[in-house]
Design a protein around this ligand. Structure first.
Ligand code: FAD
Length: 440
C-alpha cells in the first residue's frame, strides 16, 4: 500500500529523514500539503507569499504531483490518506505549540481509521527536548546547552535522492493560491534557491562570518533564515558542510541558538505569549500608540533604528544586530511591551518563526532565558557608529539621509529638514527604564 508524506516545515526533497523513512515502508508515496487557515490567517503576508512560492517549487520538483488541499488537517489528512488507500502518514515532527496540538488530533483521527502515524526527524539537527541536564531538566542558559548539544551530536544528512520513491498521482488537488500582495522584495523561494544561497556563502562568506556577521552594512551572513523557517534546507545539511574555521564555529553557534530557542519553547510553550521569567509580569509599560506607530514606520529620529525598521518593510528581513537595536529601543526607550514588537515582526518577517522571534524578543527585553541583563541598554547612536562605521547601511534604507556623508549619519549635527528629530532623549529614557526595572 502507498504511504502519505505530509509536508509542513520541510518543503524540500534533499536530506529529508521522514521521506527516507516513508520510502522504507513503500515505494509509492503521496505528497500532501494542507492549507490550514489556523496557520495562514494570522501569518504575515510576506511569509505566506514565500510559502506559496516554496509550494510551487516543491510541486515542480515532484513533477506536478503535490496534493494540495485546504481545511482542518484532522479531516483532510485522513481523507487524503483514505483516497489512496494509504497505510501510514509520515511527517517530520513539528515542535511548535500549535503544531503539537494539531498533530495529536490528526494522529488520533488516523488511528480511528487504522492508519499509522510516523514521525521521523524534525526541523532541527537535534529534536527539541532531547538535550537536557543530567537530571533531565531543560537548560535555561545558552552556553551549557551549546556544550551539551555539541556533545549530543546529530546524524549525517539523510540521503534522499530524486529516484528514491514514485510519487503517487493525487486523486485531486487545488492549485497553489495566488500569493497575497506584498510590497517587500522577497528572496527566491524553494530548495534550489536555498542550496544556491548556501553554496555561494560557502565560497564567499564563511571564512569571514565571525567578523562580518555583526555588520549590517556588509552582506556577511547567510540570509538562510526564511529557508530554514520553511525547511527548504535542513540545518544538518549546513552543519555537515562546516569545517573548523573561526567562521564555521561561529555559524554553528548561531544555528545552535535557533535550536536552543526551539528547545525552550518546546518545554515552555506558554512563553510564546508570556514572560519566561515571571518576575517581569509586574513591569510597567507605557500605552502610547503613536510612539509605537513611529517605531513601526521607521520615523524615530534615530538613524540606525529607522534604517532597520525600513529594511524590515522593504525586504521582510532585518539584520540580526539591528533587530537587537530596534527591539531594545522599543522596550527600553519607548517602554512598550516586547510582545507588541514581536507581533509587528511576525507580521512583516519572511523568516518569522515563533520560537526564534518570541524568545529573542524576550532576550532583549531581559525577561527571557539567558537574557541580556536588564541594565544593558543599547545606545542606538553608538551601536550605529560601531556596527555601521561608514553609515552605508543607514543611507541605504533612509533616503532622507543620503546627503550626509560617512558616520556623521549617526550623530546628525545638521539634520535634514525632512528627517524627524529624535522622538525621545535616550539618556533620559534609559534612566526611566532602569528605575522601572529596579522596582521589580
Ligand atoms: P545567519 O547569521 O546567517 O545565521 C544562520 C542561521 O542561524 C539563521 O538563518 C538562523 O536560523 C540562525 N540564527 C542566527 N542567529 C540567531 C538567533 N539569534 N536566534 C535564533 N536563530 C538564529 N530569526 C528567525 O529565524 N526568525 C525570527 O522570527 C527571528 N526573530 C528575531 C527577533 C529579534 C528581536 C532578534 C534579536 C532576532 C531574531 N531572529 C529571528 C534571529 C536572527 O536575527 C535571524 O535568524 C538572522 O538575522 C537571520 O539572518 P541570517 O539567515 O542571515 O543569519
Amino acid at each position: 500500500a502507498p504511504v502519505v508524506l505530509w509536508f509542513r516545515r520541510d518543503l524540500r526533497l534533499g536530506d529529508h529523514a521522514a521521506l527516507l523513512e516513508a520510502s522504507r515502508h513503500s515505494r509509492h508515496v503521496l505528497a500532501l500539503y494542507v492549507l490550514d487557515d489556523a496557520l495562514l490567517k494570522p501569518g504575515g503576508a510576506p511569509r505566506t507569499a514565500f510559502l506559496y512560492g516554496c509550494l510551487e517549487k516543491l510541486n515542480e520538483q515532484l513533477g506536478g504531483r503535490l496534493m494540495l488541499v485546504r481545511g482542518d488537517p484532522a479531516v483532510e489528512v485522513v481523507r487524503a490518506a483514505r483516497s489512496v488507500g494509504a497505510a501510514a502518514v509520515h511527517v517530520s515532527t513539528d515542535c511548535g505549540p500549535y503544531g503539537r496540538r494539531r498533530d495529536a488530533s490528526v494522529a488520533k483521527a488516523l488511528a480511528e481509521n487504522n492508519i499509522d502515524w510516523v514521525e521521523t526527524g524534525s526541523p532541527y539537527a537535534v529534536t527539541p527536548g532531547r538535550v537536557t541536564k543530567p537530571d533531565g531538566d531543560p537548560y535555561r542558559v545558552f552556553t551549557p546547552f551549546h556544550r551539551a548539544w555539541t556533545a549530543h551530536g546529530w546524524r549525517a544528512p539523510a540521503d534522499t535522492g530524486p529516484s528514491l520513491v514514485d510519487w503517487v498521482e493525487p486523486p485531486r488537488s487545488l492549485k497553489v493560491p495566488r500569493p497575497p500582495r506584498v510590497d517587500a522584495e522577497l528572496p527566491e523561494p524553494g530548495e534550489r534557491a536555498a542550496l544556491d544561497a548556501w553554496h555561494a556563502f560557502l565560497e564567499d562568506g564563511a571564512e569571514t562570518y565571525d567578523t562580518d556577521r555583526d555588520r549590517p552594512d556588509l552582506s556577511g551572513t547567510t540570509r538562510l533564515s526564511p529557508y530554514l523557517r520553511w525547511g527548504c534546507v535542513h540545518p544538518r545539511t549546513l552543519l555537515a558542510d562546516l569545517g573548523d574555521s573561526a567562521g564555521a564555529k561561529s555559524l554553528r553557534s548561531e544555528l545552535c541558538w535557533r535550536e536552543f530557542h526551539a528547545d525552550v519553547l518546546w518545554h515552555r510553550p506558554e512563553t510564546a505569549r508570556e514572560n519566561y521569567d515571571r518576575r517581569f509580569d509586574g513591569m510597567e509599560y507605557d500605552d502610547d500608540r503613536e510612539a509605537f506607530d513611529r517605531w513601526c514606520a521607521g520615523r524615530t529620529g534615530y538613524p540606525i533604528v529607522d534604517a532597520g525598521m525600513r529594511q524590515l518593510l522593504a525586504e521582510g528581513w532585518m539584520h540580526n544586530r539591528v533587530r537587537m537595536v530596534v527591539a531594545s529601543f522599543l522596550v527600553k526607550d519607548l517602554h512598550q511591551p516586547w510582545w507588541l514588537g514581536a507581533r509587528h515582526f511576525m507580521k512583516h518577517l519572511v523568516d518569522g518563526d515563533l520560537a526564534s522571534n518570541q524568545l529573542n524578543w524576550q532576550w532583549v527585553a531581559g525577561c527571557g532565558t539567558d537574557a541580556a541583563p536588564y541594565f544593558r541598554i543599547f545606545n542606538p547612536t553608538t551601536q550605529g557608529e560601531k556596527f555601521d562605521p561608514d553609515g552605508d547601511y543607514v543611507r541605504r534604507y533612509v533616503p532622507e539621509l543620503r546627503s550626509v556623508a560617512g558616520k556623521a549619519v549617526h550623530t546628525l549635527k545638521d539634520r535634514p529638514e525632512d528627517y524627524p528629530a529624535p522622538m525621545v532623549d535616550h539618556a533620559h529614557e534609559r534612566r526611566v527604564a532602569l528605575e522601572r526595572y529596579g522596582k521589580l
